[in-house]
Design a binder for this molecule. Sequence first.
Ligand code: ACO
Length: 331
Amino acid sequence: LKALNSDMEQEVEELNDSGMEEEDGADVVQFHPAFTYPIYGEHERVFGYKGLKINLNYAAGSLATYFEVEYAKRIDQMESSSVISLKPDNVDEPMRAVLATEAVCQTREEFAQCVAHDTREFRPIGRKVHEYKEQSKGQEQQQYGEGISYEIYESEFENAEFGKYHERLQTMVLFFIEGAQFIDSSDERWRVFTLFERLNLNGVVSYSLVGFCTMYRFYHWPDQWRARISQFLILPPFQGHGHGSALYRHIYSAILADAEYADLTVEDPSEAFDDMRDRNDMRYLLDHGAFDRISSAPVDCKTVLELQHRFKLSKRQMIRCLEMALLQKIG
Ligand code: ACO
């Protein structure tokens, strides 16, 4: 996977000339999928090629896509294949089946033009609900300093333009979230949060996708909703810089502030997500004196329930946090 954003026309031309081979260039970030089994089967293998390279190129903001397959040899083109007839696996179709057809450029040239255009023209779709500067400065931040900031947008599928953008976005869940499936965008109970890096370079503003979260609301008896985070992803180049925490904290504080919601739950969290969530929930709970009146175990059910309701966390998460708080007190 290559995420790409070009700041200057000249660089796009260079990309064009070089056929986008300049992976080391500052504007091309290359990263690998964690999972490919949703596309190429449970063994994550493609049979019948030597030197096979499958590249998915994305414009960093708009996610305009260029898919290319390279290989040195294919088994049905080798002489030995006349003795035993072996067929190579189809590389093209399974990948194209998970891409947003309207976003896929047919040629490298078309893709380079999309990147040049999108760098200046692409703007996130939806309502801007939060913005922040990065706390721990990553490489980009050091390079571009004050010109860089981060923005969270909230969108619904009723916005057809966003629906199209989500079709581009959703492919990522297959590559990075274990067991993830595409969601039913015709269901109006989904809310989607997207997080973008905003780069202002001498007055030219461009956006790159950092991550996103899909959230579903269930009925909660008698007259509230229960929010459930379904898919949460920070793209690999942006991981470990506090963006997952910033996105999670924004969502959690929105739920806390909204009387229509009873609590915030998470569908099948990964270990890394649990870790991120625990740290953020613990910070919030400690800052708000959640455990001030608790000194030792056992903690009675009534207290657990009270805390759960007050902080709108699931019972499982509240108990996890309580255990951590008790361990901290012992330590
Ligand atoms: N292992 C251990 N600790 C971690 C990990 C990890 N893989 N990732 C983050 N942390 C810790 C950090 O040390 C940090 O601690 P600190 O706040 O004390 O410094 C804290 O969690 C937050 O780190 P962030 O930088 O905010 O996390 P990041 O931006 O990388 O986002 C996330 C974390 C969402 C898990 C991201 O790495 C990711 O998208 N991973 C791949 C996909 C995935 O697992 N998504 C969640 C699936 S579950 C679901 O969708 C409901």
